[in-house]
Design a protein around this ligand. Structure first.
Ligand code: ZN
Length: 323
């Protein structure tokens, strides 16, 4: 909750404004309640379009959605709500609320420091996915280049399956497309529609083919050179005998690790590691910090580390608030 009126990434019955920072499911909880009860639900246009693919059509209540461009304030009851870019997935935003006294309150949402503007503020609520000093990726390797060379090498033996979360799969398509990997990209319906939304909003992803089409079935069935993109949840059910690469942020020891005969994990993350989180807080220079504690992150640890290293008062958000 920021200021008097805003709740972020959750429904609150006493808050007339709801912000959705991005389309990942752990940030859209209670969205249908918010659409029914709130005066406005604020998000970027790409986030709205992604949510409509991921969660199905929002129906007539979608009229309560107000899409905002980055850095264009929305005024409500003496406060200003402004979304700023967060480098995470397409459409992701940080939220700044400014009150009449000039206090600045920020929720970072999920972000990776590189590409995310740091917002100077009085109160900072910061994500804490990798908020423990154990979660540092200090590799001296260009992960994107590594990924491209792995895929190119393995394409010589036929199809390569990539497993990742929504948003990151499209990032991988863009990385491969930028590196002139021109084989067909095959994907199930949902990933295809998310990719199409991503292209509509400016991403360049290559030659996309739904896995239901005959051409795609032939490519995969005959193990011809192509890249197949599947959600992490499909890892146990598709491409079991194929060459497989999982892209995951939960890798700290090495940029690439072999986990099966033909399977590797590559440490491509959409979140800041511990050093990135601390650096954001240092640059934002807030008077107080609240660390997010949802989804098995490291809110408590990060709060302690911020107090210790930066001398800024910091507490972890209670995991559930009953008021
Ligand atoms: Zn996310």
């Amino acid at each position: 909750m920021l200021g008097k009126s805003v709740s972020c990434d959750a429904y609150h019955e006493k808050r007339p404004l709801r912000v959705v920072t991005h389309a990942h499911a752990d940030h859209t909880g209670g969205l249908r309640w918010s659409l029914r009860e709130c005066e406005k639900v604020l998000m970027t246009e790409p986030t709205r379009d992604l949510i409509e693919v991921l969660e199905g059509t929002l129906g007539p209540r979608a009229k309560h959605i107000e899409t905002l461009e980055y850095e264009k304030p929305f005024k409500y009851n003496g406060e200003r709500v402004t979304l700023f870019k967060a480098e995470h997935i397409l459409g992701a935003a940080q939220v700044l609320v400014e009150n009449e006294e000039g206090d600045r309150m920020v929720w970072t949402g999920d972000f990776k420091l590189d590409g995310t503007p740091v917002l100077n503020c009085d109160t900072l609520v910061v994500e804490a996915t990798y908020g423990s000093p154990m979660c540092r990726r200090s590799f001296n390797v260009d992960i994107k280049k590594l990924l491209v060379s792995m895929v190119e090498e393995r394409l010589k033996d036929g199809a390569v399956y990539i497993f990742g979360y929504h948003g990151k799969l499209q990032e991988v398509m863009q990385i491969l497309h930028d590196a002139d990997v021109t084989v067909p990209f095959v994907m199930p319906e949902k990933v295809y529609h998310i990719s199409k939304v991503s292209e509509r909003h400016g991403m360049k992803l290559g030659c996309l083919t739904p896995s239901t089409e005959k051409e795609a079935r032939t490519l995969l069935g005959e193990n011809l050179p192509c890249v197949a993109f599947y959600h992490m949840n499909s890892r146990g059910s598709v491409g079991l005998d194929a060459t497989r690469i999982c892209v995951s942020g939960w890798e700290f020891r090495s940029p690439c690790r072999r986990i099966g005969e033909k399977e590797h994990v590559v440490a491509l993350s959409d979140h800041s590691d511990f050093n990135g989180l601390i650096e954001y807080v240092r640059q934002a220079s807030p008077k107080q910090v609240i660390t997010d504690n949802h989804g098995g992150g490291h809110g408590e640890t990060l709060a302690k580390e911020i107090s210790k290293r930066l001398g800024i008062p910091a507490v972890a958000m209670p995991s559930r608030i009953n008021s």
